[in-house]
Design a protein around this ligand. Sequence first.
Ligand code: ASP
Length: 360
Amino acid sequence: MRSLIDILELSLEEIDSLIETACDIKKNPAKYADKCRGKKLATLFFEPSTRTRLSFEAAMYELGGNVLGFSEANSSSASKGESMADTARVVSGYADIMAIRHPKEGAPMVASKSAYVPIINAGDGGHSHPTQTLADLCTIKNEKGRLSDLTIGFCGDLKFGRTVHSLLAALSRYTGIKVVLISPKELCIPSYVKHETIIKSGMEYTETESLEEVLPTLDVLYMTRVQKERFSYVEDYERLKDSYILTAEKLAASKSDLIVMHPLPRVNEISVAIDKDPRAKYFDQTLYGKYMRMALILFLLDEKQKNTEEKESPYRLVHGKKCTNPACICSTEQELPQIFKCVNEEEQIYRCIWCDSRAK
Ligand code: ASP
């Protein structure tokens, strides 16, 4: 049975078809209003969310289905020590499909191994966020007319910004994409994303600390919030939180057809004066997100009926190594098997299958 844990599990054709469905839903909502009649979506949110949870819920209601779930870890049995695997197995009996957000990296993947229904990763720690990527791709396709031949700047917290990691993975399969990574050194892109996504795919990239310098060259600017909740020391967050603030004066130097995106919530990175600028697309992005989640729910429920086999890992899997990432789900769920994938045979690079961190 298919789930959506990582954006790369969807082929380019499947992504195109999801975008097409999302656009059709937007145009003809009545055609879809009964598609999920009698079906239930469970939203298991162990971490705060506004857009992702509510857009999933709105998506299921607009498809004629129902929703159940919780929006904080404290109101679930996780607070009594229940494992992710057990929770997912139990909720499988109550819902037809599940969206899970969790602070631990790899938690939705763990759930997908024990659940009997499709699991959608709605954000796992600083790791990935594939449904935000679907919203982002739909926004770029609709607002720029294409998903290739674009210069895209990613600005802010590229270290902990899971939406950046997933979107870069998705973009690495399109042609003519140049990425400009704009961040302070402390918040630069993790090595696994740089090596296994950007460099491996041959995508052109540059790194800089200056937004002003590169702004005039960009077709898309993807701003991000500094992820306060992922810092070990509050002083580090305080020092870095205002690294970039996009103001109307700075925006004046950009192309007239630039689009400014942001997964939201915005804290201080984009001045509110920009909201009225036609280049600002971050609120449209939230709506595209709802339509893409509707398309995804329909797709996964359809795949479930077809009983599609889960694809085998393309990597060689090994046991006997230990994951040292404190944010990995295996750091709190001791029973989980420690499995590593060999992502580079020549250099013998092994990464944890749950969180992607490198074996020491
Ligand atoms: N809403 C996005 C996420 O859940 C971005 C953010 O929180 O900054 O990752």
